[in-house]
Design a protein around this ligand. Structure first.
Ligand code: PHE
Length: 444
């Protein structure tokens, strides 16, 4: 039972697509995608990414949405509605969403720090030292992490159509405008074409480890589309029965890919233009780009715009993670939405603080040789997400069965489902096999 009966559905297709695209477009696009391209051989990675987007991304997205709309409940109970024994598949979503959010909001806090710094102080002259110095402090990053959580909590408290949907409908267009403006700035830099060539023209002769590239591309498709985390089940549960799953999935994937490509257009030309390499990995956003902002004219304004853009993207993703857990708590424990949000935020505040401190005072404390922050990100990206996705495929492909799932996707046969055979092949065989393969090789 929904706690707030007046606000348990999207107002319409557009509202859902905007919210789901808001979930998909996040740090994964702006921060991870360009550095993944940079560390995985440029255009070769991008080519593989596109293949996986169609082969894995769209069908799994549809499978999750179908479960959610069919059952109309949080991730655990939606899976349970299909088969009582399969509730555990939904648990991956609850635990995974919680885990991601606990460090995602720490990164969100860093983004707020950069915005404030550029507004107040202007430039960052030694970005690597600045980043290391700031992220290893205790109090300030924790306070900013809590501010980020507070923003998300305030939105989620507003409910589905008047909270999450309303905010996504405003922030998503704003995000695209900023992305386009920033891509324009970046493309006008000297030698920008080098970055574009690196991104778009594959050089297969230069590929050393195609296996690793494939693994990373698959992981990126999952992360970027918010799959395997119960997000699309939860958001799907607020869909009206006559909504169109196939075309919505297409729109979400198109918007997410556009955002990824635009982000690469922002980041890569800028980096190449100043003779730097995009191989910096996770530091690209916080350490390499500030070097660029320090050199270009109007760099301060560009920097503020850029980090505001990153913040908007991070917020619309974080609220989807929060909603997965809030929906579960509210329905399972019959809590008021607002109470669930408060309890969850308090717990997340604590866990996030620990992961923030693991980059500073608590850096000696390790789990399997990783600091707490790195451990959480390893756990969610490499373990919970692939396993969650794997079990969703098995649940839909074998337990619920393709006829029942196809019936939901086609609205009881009212809509054409031309790719049904492909969907069946992906959900039953291709996706589980590929995911298992990523999973095992990531562990080895
Ligand atoms: N897709 C989001 C991003 O690209 C991250 C995310 C993953 C959000 C899983 C929700 C669920 O940043």
């Amino acid at each position: 039972m929904k706690t707030n009966a007046s606000d348990n559905q999207w107002s319409g297709k557009l509202g859902f697509v905007m919210a789901a695209a808001g979930s998909a477009i996040g740090l994964g696009n702006i921060w991870k995608f360009p550095y993944m391209v940079g560390t995985n051989g440029g255009a070769v990675f991008f080519s593989v990414y596109i293949v996986f987007l169609f082969v894995l991304g769209i069908p799994v997205l549809m499978a999750e949405m179908a479960i959610g709309r069919y059952a109309g409940m949080n991730a655990v109970d939606s899976c349970g509605r299909i088969s009582e024994k399969w509730k555990f598949a939904g648990w991956f979503g609850i635990i995974g969403a919680f885990t991601i959010l606990s460090y995602y909001s720490v990164v969100g806090g860093w983004v707020i720090k950069y915005i404030l710094h550029y507004i107040v102080n202007g430039r960052i002259s030694d970005p690597s030292a600045y980043f290391a110095g700031f992220s290893s402090q205790t109090a300030e990053p924790i306070i900013l992490h809590l501010i980020f959580l507070f923003i998300c909590a305030a939105i989620v408290m507003g409910g589905i159509s008047s909270g999450i949907e309303k905010v996504s409908k405003i922030l998503l267009p704003l995000l695209f405008i900023l992305l386009i403006v920033m891509a324009g700035v970046s493309l006008s830099l000297p030698n920008a074409s080098e970055g574009i060539r690196y991104f778009l023209v594959p050089d297969f002769s230069d590929v050393e480890n195609i296996g690793a590239i494939c693994l990373n591309a698959m992981g990126q498709v999952f992360f970027s589309l918010s799959l395997g985390m119960g997000t699309l089940i939860t958001y799907g549960s607020y869909l009206p029965k006559d909504s169109r799953i196939i075309s919505s999935a297409g729109s979400i994937v198109a918007l997410d890919s556009l955002a990824a490509v635009l982000s690469a257009f922002v980041v890569l030309p800028a980096v190449f233009s100043f003779g730097m390499t995009p191989e910096a990995g996770p530091g690209l956003l916080f350490q390499t780009l500030p070097v660029v902002f320090d050199k270009i004219s109007l760099g301060r304004i560009a920097a503020v715009m850029f980090f505001v853009l990153v913040l908007l993207a991070a917020v619309t993703s974080a609220i989807s993670l929060m909603e997965v857990v809030v929906a579960f708590m509210a329905e399972r424990f019959k809590m008021k939405r607002s109470d669930a949000v408060i309890v969850l935020s308090l717990i997340l505040g604590g866990v996030g603080a620990l992961s923030s401190m693991s980059l500073g005072v608590l850096s000696d404390f390790t789990i399997f040789g990783m600091g707490f922050f790195d451990f959480l990100s390893f756990l969610s990206d490499k373990i919970i997400m692939p396993l969650g996705g794997f079990f969703i495929c098995i649940l839909v492909g074998y337990v619920w069965g393709i006829p029942a799932a196809a019936n939901e996707i086609s609205n009881g046969g009212k809509l054409k489902f031309r790719s049904r055979k492909l969907f069946a092949a992906v959900v039953r065989y291709i996706a589980p096999a590929l995911i298992l393969f990523i999973f095992v090789s990531a562990l080895v």
